[in-house]
Write a protein that binds this ligand. Structure first.
Ligand code: BES
Ligand code: ZN
Length: 313
């Protein structure tokens, strides 16, 4: 017998990808009513707590404690909801990643929309040190604090998502995107249909003024285009584009695993926060009005991409 060659069916994500750039806006009613519930002050409290830890290094007890604290925040928000869950995703090093899931309902519930940011921090003057101070307020308490705040509004408004929504905080980004790489590769192996991923890494230092800059490398051009439409429709903050020039954050892990990602960033590379990875990456340098644009973008992203139409509340 000739060997039988069966072509694997395309992943759902492949079909979805084609329509990303041209998707219409479907959830204006829900999003306009939910945007005022986003609370930048609550987010800044999270940044304060996270950046008061000695560090969030991926191999330190402080880094593990920070991940557990974030998981507890998600658990508190989701208490009483049977369709939400919180998982610690274990790696080969001490710090786990955290994944909070809001189950979808109906024919699209196996498709996944992700928002995430890295929870770890590093002091570059002491690479490999478990005890060196690394407050990491901008990099990346700012991005990671946005994730539970968007989650809180999605949960507390009772938003009804068709697709499954995952809120992730990644371990070990600062030493080579380790946590996100493990997760994206595992999802790929399991053939999980992740249709869109937003990466939030540094959102509160307005180096180029009140403006969001979209990274153009290691991302999906279509998902980036769609996210820029979200800016114009809901966020109403000016935007531009820039490039890291290398695989600078967790969006690249998803892209390398074959999933569409987007990375909105706080500034241009040339105007950006020069104090990251030092003891000077402090909350005092941050602007939570600037950060609130990313909260609005994150909420719009989760609501629009999780839906295929119909009223949501
Ligand atoms: N948040 C940074 C990436 C970044 C820095 C983006 C400045 C834009 C401007 C991230 O946490 C980081 O430090 N990434 C590493 C790369 C990683 C593969 C170790 C970096 O940039 O050195
Ligand atoms: Zn960093």
């Amino acid at each position: 017998d000739a060997p039988r060659i069966t072509k694997p069916p395309p992943l759902v994500v492949e079909q979805f990808r084609l329509s990303l750039a041209d998707r219409p806006m479907l959830q204006g009613g829900f999003i306009q009513s939910a945007l005022p519930a986003l609370d930048a002050a609550r987010m800044s409290e999270t940044v304060k707590t996270l950046s008061s830890n000695k560090n969030r290094y991926y191999r330190s007890s402080h880094g593990v404690a920070a991940a557990n604290w974030i998981a507890d925040q998600f658990r508190t928000i989701g208490a009483g909801r049977s369709d939400v869950s919180v998982e610690l995703f274990k790696h080969s090093f001490e710090q786990p990643s955290v994944i909070a899931t809001i189950e979808g309902k109906g024919p699209h519930k196996n498709e996944i929309v992700v928002i995430g940011g890295h929870e770890d921090s590093i002091n570059q003057s002491a690479f490999g040190s478990r005890e060196m101070p690394a407050p990491g307020a901008d990099d990346n308490a700012s991005g990671v604090a946005s994730v539970p705040e968007v989650y809180r509004v999605l949960v507390q408004t009772g938003f009804k998502n068709d697709r499954t929504l995952m809120s992730m905080t990644y371990a070990g980004e600062e030493v080579g995107l380790l946590g996100s790489q493990d997760i994206a590769n595992r999802f790929r192996q399991q053939k999980k249909a992740v249709v869109a991923v937003m990466q939030l890494d540094m959102t509160a230092f307005p180096g180029a003024g009140n403006r969001v800059d979209f990274m153009t490398e290691f991302v999906s051009a279509d998902l980036t285009r769609f996210s820029q439409k979200l800016m114009d429709t809901y966020v109403k903050t000016p935007w531009a584009t820039d490039r890291c020039g290398y695989a600078c954050s967790d969006h690249a892990s998803w892209t390398k695993a074959g999933y569409p990602s987007v990375m909105p960033f706080e500034a241009t590379m040339s105007t950006d926060n020069k104090d990251i990875h030092t003891t000077r990456d402090l909350i005092s340098k941050l602007d939570f009005n600037h950060a609130s644009s990313f909260l609005r973008l994150g909420l719009s992203f989760m609501a629009e991409l999780s839906s295929e139409g119909g009223a949501r509340i």
